[in-house]
Design a protein around this ligand. Sequence first.
Ligand code: KG4
Ligand code: ZN
Length: 490
Amino acid sequence: MRCGRGGGPGGRGSVQAAALGQLAIDLLLVAFDSSGQFALTYGGGFLVEFTATCFRQDTGFFTGTLETSQGDVEGLVFFNANRRHGYDYLTRIEVKCFESRAFYPRGGGNAKSAGRHFRPRGSPSVLFCQQILTSGLRGVIVLGIETSCDETGLALYDSERGLLADALHSQVALHADYGGVVPELASRDHVQKALPLLRQVLDEAGIAATDIGGVAWTAGPGLVGALLVGAALGRSLAYAWDIPGVGVHHMEGHLLAPMLEPESPTFPFVALLVSGGHTQLIEVAGVGHYRLLGESVDDAAGEAFDKTAKLLGLGYPGGPAVAKLAERGHPGRFVFPRPMVNRPGLDFSFSGLKTYTMNTLREEETRCTSEAEREQLAADIALAFETAVVETLAIKCRRALDETGQTRLVVAGGVSANRRLRARLEEEVARLGATVHYPRPEFCTDNGAMIAYAGCQRLLAGAREPLAFNARPRWALDSLTPPGDVASGE
Ligand code: KG4
Ligand code: ZN
């Protein structure tokens, strides 16, 4: 649905206000009519609670708070009690009415008829709403914008229908000559690509911009200039379209990306986040409930792949190139150390492995007498390196599952596209009677879909951001708070 905030009389706001006043009535009717839902409204001394049998013990929860309200309608609070929630509380959906007059029932005391006869008195309420999660209603469509590094990703996610469209522009060719991402070039390219990609996703989804009900952008961590492009665009679009906007943590996007798959994992689970900038094991109880179990004390796994690729004379990004070369490697010629596996705990370290790789290459290179031998050496080293990283990650994942007692493992971030890692983790979880979940390969690396999804979860739960926005190049994932708890977090 379209959510909006009204402006003064005569402007676009008043047109929107009229539409939203009607919308408020429709929403009430739907809420009252659908089974398994709970709806409550109050104002003008009128307080109604509508409950369905499955709502059970929480029915009286808000009554005390809301009874104190006198006069005009101040808000409509809708709950959806029958959705698949990962967190231990109900998703709260708030519809706040500003400048409201009142909704008075024309019907009697009967709940259903009261709902049917609700009519606004005076000018219609102007709503600022996040989303109504009521079955039978069209869900909110969230635009996701990812620009944290070298990929411009835009996507449209519908809370009811799932992913509608996804478009990506990779800057690999732009940075290839430099052997890594050049921040200034990255930012400029995001500026050029973002709007054409927006048009592309709108076309692909077959919707108009006015159908979008929320905007989510990557607020960090990442390259500050690149982040600012997405944040400025996202914030501006949300402002111009008069809809809520939210800045999303890039790693939360990665972490929730497997939720876009048909066989999505349920909470709780252990997540292994392996990207170019992060290697982390997180215990995830729900959206925003993150406990850091361990992380890399130096290089991230993806970074180690990228540096090894450079060492071996391969292009950027290094991960896929090393993995491809490793396919031609002879297993067993070299066995590289598995860093930190003999120490307790769940931290990682990959910089020593990089040095070991470099020393092995230097030493062995001198013995090569032909180009073919040199090529084989590079392939054998690539394989030994990849195996060492994969084994280390697998050992730590097993340990994390053991220590937490969790039976689901989620693997996300660029390195989760690695085939050897996937095969090894599948073997490991099968032994443990656990399951492993990944995003589809194109959503392992950076993309707009994961930001649209994560942003949608937060917007549905009431997250909203002021007009001032910020890019956060450094931002700890475990500092996030659950959605609905926005006042205390982020
Ligand atoms: O998540 P991502 O796209 O960007 C960051 O948030 O960092 O991850 C990029 C990283 C790069 O370091 C890249 O080399 C690595 O993921 N990567 C891979 C593979 N595909 C991408 N590493 C190993 N094997 C792959 N197949
Ligand atoms: Zn990423």
